[in-house]
Design a protein around this ligand. Structure first.
Ligand code: SF4
Length: 704
């Protein structure tokens, strides 16, 4: 909503989704400040959010015009939108005619707005005739999606941020909110300061900044999470710290869980996890005696070949203690990207359809194709993120359209990703700037509008749908992603893509949700602009949204009960360590950088925090290899190598090393690209890659 020259919008970085007020001066200069009226952040912003204006105003690397190369080896040349779209449509038509619709695919992003995500899905699944559309959210959230579906019957985060101030016990698992979800962490920190009896347990192989407020840090061996949560479950049952009434009336499979998942003895579990028996007992006691318990997790659980098992084993603890569907309680997966949730809602993954319908369900496919007036939706499962690039490598996939993401740096096994893009017949890259390493593989490069240059909606980690204002025009000929996709659909000759504006797309999608678990048919741009944000479901125009799910203890499962799930695997199934590669590499984020630095990497203020990539290594591991603090080391395995400076620390477990995932190629070398080393092993159900467990060796770099 415009207030003279001030505009309300939402931060475009993490899934916390803070409210921002953008002030525009008469010369078009922008200033940002936290929105004091917004419930999420109440005026606070972290370092990334505070510097968002620099990202928009730095146009030095922006893609300003469509660029095209007529064949590989020739340089990209400036062209018009009309020629670019004609070419894209001609190539897609010809490839589909020759090789079938499953030979093309879209790879999109959790930073796309909901309307863009919805149209990309409608276009691909309904009209191109393939389910080959997936998203970089596959890399961070898909294990949580499956975990929720298995446990509560739908991809439904039960709680709200306001529950943080109502809880008295937290288990933060495989997450470092102090750096990666800073405003949520500040709320948690304040809550703990004001209520010293609140207990906080952190589970992480590294002693991160989030441990500063922890009562207990379980520094587990990477990959042993399921053993730990099963041991806690066993202890809760043995000590009768469970909610028998809730289990009896509102859950299924308790006996199976008890028999099959709770077999390992406490001492054996402690040995496997590399923690003490006492600490497991202490964590169980905190949870069992808590009146309101929240578990929070992100990539440490999700990014694993047993990511789904890790998720269900953690959610089991909330179910055992009846800590769901009441104030201050519930399992709470934190989303990494600003609109990872919105993407899931509109079916932005290869196995999903809009409005949380399932691609595998023929009735759902029919409902969606009828709604769109499209041809039948294919029953063939689409290729997921890593599978798409495998598909390009094998020749199964011929053309890929990449929207707002930088797979050359962010996907695992980067060298394989580069090979895949070289082998592709046709690569379209739609992005805001040349800072993405992926742009150089484009046959067609399309300039997209960035944050504050377009309108639309996003959903944050607590199911809160917010409207983002357009504040300024995009530079050059850049267009909103939505307009680009609509132009392409029209060039392809498809009906049903003649929207006047983003609001019409939102109206179509919200109508589609009517009667579903995520019903937002009561929402419109008018309400979002006038009344503010809403948490779904919002089933009618007088409904004020739903802060908390499952208050009535009715779950979205067939029986209406929540489900205990016995994890299929308790032990880690990642690649094995060996004499040659004896260390476990785990990757993650740092405080002031975002994804592959395409936006934050050019902001001086953000680069001062940690200016270059590094390897965090335990002092003992370094000593054994004659490596000192600040030395340059080579980190190597069968997939590749990188060279970075070493930071010695006792905060990381012996046998484990850590690298931030943000850096790509520097000065033409693979200097700090962590994903040269990560494997593209994936969870068999969620298809999420295993970024947290790659076997490597580290040695001191000696100049030839
Ligand atoms: Fe933006 Fe996340 Fe920081 Fe909030 S916490 S300002 S949403 S990056």
């Amino acid at each position: 909503m415009a207030i003279s020259n001030s505009y309300k919008t939402i931060c475009s970085y993490c899934g916390v989704g803070c409210g921002i007020v953008v002030h525009k001066d008469s010369k078009g200069g922008l200033k940002v400040e936290g929105d004091k009226e917004y419930s999420v952040n109440k005026g606070m912003l972290c370092s990334k959010g505070m510097n968002l204006n620099y990202v928009v105003q730095d146009t030095s690397a922006r893609i300003l015009h469509p660029e095209m190369r007529w064949s590989r080896g020739l340089p990209l040349q400036k062209t018009t939108w009309d020629v670019a779209m004609e070419r894209a449509a001609a190539v897609f038509k010809s490839i589909i005619k020759k090789h079938g619709p499953d030979s093309v695919g879209f790879y999109v992003s959790g930073q796309c707005l909901t309307e863009e995500y919805y149209i990309a899905n409608k276009l691909t699944k309904g009209f191109l005739g393939t389910n080959n559309i997936d998203t970089n959210s596959r890399l961070c959230m898909s294990s949580a999606v499956v975990g929720y579906k298995k446990s509560v019957g739908d991809d439904a985060v039960p709680i709200s941020y306001e529950d943080i101030e109502l809880a008295d016990c937290f288990l933060i698992a495989g997450a470092n909110p102090a750096w990666c979800h800073p405003i949520l962490f500040r709320r948690l920190e304040k809550h703990k300061e004001e209520n010293p009896n609140v207990k906080i347990v952190v589970v992480d192989p590294r002693k991160t900044q989030s441990c500063a407020i922890a009562d207990l840090h379980l520094q587990i061996i990477p990959g042993t999470d399921v053993v730990l949560y099963n041991a806690i479950a066993k202890r809760l049952i043995e000590k009768k710290l469970i909610d028998k009434k809730f289990i009896k009336n509102h859950t299924d499979n308790f006996e199976e869980l008890k028999e099959k998942a709770c077999k390992t003895s406490m001492s054996e579990a402690a040995k496997i996890c590399g923690v003490s028996v006492n600490d497991i007992k202490k964590a169980s006691q905190y949870i069992g005696l808590s009146k309101a318990f929240i578990s929070m997790w992100t990539m440490g659980l999700n990014q694993s070949v047993i990511g789904v098992d890790k998720n269900v084993s953690l959610i089991n603890i909330s179910l055992l203690t009846g800590q769901i569907g009441k104030p201050g309680a519930g399992p709470f997966s934190l989303t990494g990207q600003p609109n990872a949730m919105g993407g899931r809602e509109v079916g932005g993954m290869a196995n999903l359809l809009a409005a949380h319908k399932d691609l595998a369900n023929p009735v759902h496919r029919k409902e969606v194709s009828n709604f769109w007036g499209s041809k039948e939706i294919s029953e063939n499962p689409g290729l997921t993120a890593t599978e798409m690039f495998d598909g390009l490598n094998s020749g199964k996939l011929k053309a890929i359209w990449i929207v707002c993401t930088n797979p050359v740096v962010s996907l695992p096994d980067s060298l394989k990703v580069e090979e895949a893009l070289k082998k592709a017949n046709f690569v379209v890259v739609q992005d805001i700037s040349h800072n993405s390493d992926t742009t150089k593989y484009a046959d067609l490069l399309l300039p997209a509008a960035g944050w504050a240059e377009k309108e639309g909606t996003m959903t944050n980690s607590e199911r809160r749908i917010s409207y983002l204002n357009k504040v300024i025009d995009p530079p050059g000929e850049a267009l909103p992603d939505l307009e680009i996709l609509l132009k392409f659909a029209q060039k392809m000759g498809f009906n049903g893509f003649d929207y006047e504006n983003a609001s019409e797309v939102f109206d179509e999608y919200s109508l589609m949700t009517k009667g579903t678990a995520i019903d937002i048919s009561g929402l419109s741009y008018q309400r979002l602009k006038g009344e503010g944000s809403f948490q779904w479901p919002v089933p009618n125009s007088t409904h004020n949204g739903t802060p908390r799910l499952f208050i009535d203890k009715k779950f979205f499962t067939q029986s209406g009960n929540a489900q205990f799930n016995v994890p299929v695997h308790t032990l880690n199934q990642s690649e094995k360590l060996s004499e040659e590669h004896p260390l476990i590499l785990t990757t993650g984020r740092i405080r002031d950088q975002w994804h592959t630095r395409t936006k934050t990497g050019t902001v001086n203020r953000l680069n001062t925090h940690i200016p270059s990539p590094y390897l965090e290594m335990n002092n003992v591991d370094a000593y054994l290899r004659k490596i000192k603090d600040g030395d340059v080391a080579i980190i190597k395995n069968n997939r590749g190598e990188v060279r970075v400076k070493v930071k010695l620390s006792f905060d990381i477990r012996k046998g484990v090393v850590f690298m931030p995932m943000h850096w790509g190629r520097i000065l033409g070398e693979d200097f700090g690209r962590a994903n040269n080393l990560t494997s593209n092993l994936i969870d068999p159900v969620s298809k999420e890659p295993d970024y947290k467990y790659s076997a490597v060796e580290v040695s001191k770099y000696k100049k030839e």
